[in-house]
Write a protein that binds this ligand. Structure first.
Ligand code: IPD
Ligand code: CA
Length: 269
């Protein structure tokens, strides 16, 4: 089966659009099947599960043999190797927003070949906004190629971030914010990491950081941000991962990175 990034993106687009339509329909009908996961604030709904099931069965039909990792049902935990494809899906990123009827949530779907994300789509079912990227081919929305912010002064950066579901982690994240907030223009907490990365890709925020993201939160959005010119890393030379994700343009990257290290942003619980 083909593993060309452009072909994988075509598959991703078809599946993500259907998935987004289902998420929106289920929201209009009323949220059901509300349950909790890691903590009492970490929710899952019937829609999260139904959308993931739809994505998995569509991929199974279109690309039998590809591996899939999903937030709700797990699957291929290890990165793909030997030329194989692994799909990474967050059926609803921003489930708390979904629960409350806030329009900031997304379906995020990425294709990885040999452990490298090569194609990704993030779609907001409410607004219909859809961000895409293939590795080396730029990041796009509505036919427009995206470029990240050119802000050069850390003091003028608008930064998106997010918080985990564990109370002790949040206390640490709050302490980090108390160090960062006085040094930047302002902070935004929209509630969906994939969309935060897409907003950074189009310069609607200048940078983004968060500790504790899972692969499904960042796979598609991370590629889109990178393709729009952001540097997407962890801290102290690490790659982006569960420990930390920082996405910033080249001009402010070093200063923001050092501030985050000083604030122990990737430390704590
Ligand atoms: C969450 C959102 C949130 C981020 C959390 C994620 P979910 O994903 O992306 O913005 O701060 O770290 O877990 O639970 O809504 O899929
Ligand atoms: Ca989710």
């Amino acid at each position: 089966m083909a593993t060309e990034p452009a072909e994988l993106l075509t598959v991703a687009l078809g599946v993500a659009r259907e998935a987004a339509d289902l998420a929106l329909r289920m929201r209009t009908d009323g949220v059901t099947g509300i349950d909790t996961k890691s903590t009492i604030t970490d929710v899952v709904t019937a829609a999260d599960k139904a959308v993931e099931d739809l994505v998995k069965s569509s991929l199974q039909q279109l690309r039998p043999g590809d591996a899939v990792l999903g937030e709700e049902t797990g699957g291929a935990a290890e990165p793909s190797a030997g030329g194989a494809v692994r799909w990474i899906v967050d059926p609803i990123d921003g489930t708390v927003n979904y629960l409350y009827g806030l329009p900031q949530y997304a379906v995020s779907l990425a294709a990885e070949v040999d452990g490298v994300v090569v194609a990704g789509v993030v779609r907001n079912p409410v607004t219909g906004q859809e961000w895409t990227a293939v590795r080396g081919g730029g990041a796009w929305r509505a036919g427009r190629r995206l470029t990240c912010s050119a802000q050069r002064e850390l003091g003028l950066t608008l930064i998106a971030t997010g918080f985990g579901y564990d109370a002790r982690r949040r206390a640490h994240q709050a302490a980090v914010i108390s160090r960062v907030l006085p040094r930047v223009r302002d902070i935004r907490r929209f509630g969906a990491a994939s969309l935060d990365l897409c907003l950074a890709a189009e310069g609607a925020v200048d940078a983004y950081f968060e500790k504790g993201l899972a692969a499904w939160d960042r796979a598609a959005g991370g590629l889109i941000a990178e393709e729009a010119g952001l540097r997407v890393t962890g801290l102290r030379g690490e790659g982006p991962g569960r420990r930390f994700v920082l996405a910033a343009n080249e001009a402010v990257y070093e200063e923001l990175h050092d501030l985050l290290v000083e604030a122990d942003a990737d430390g704590g619980p």
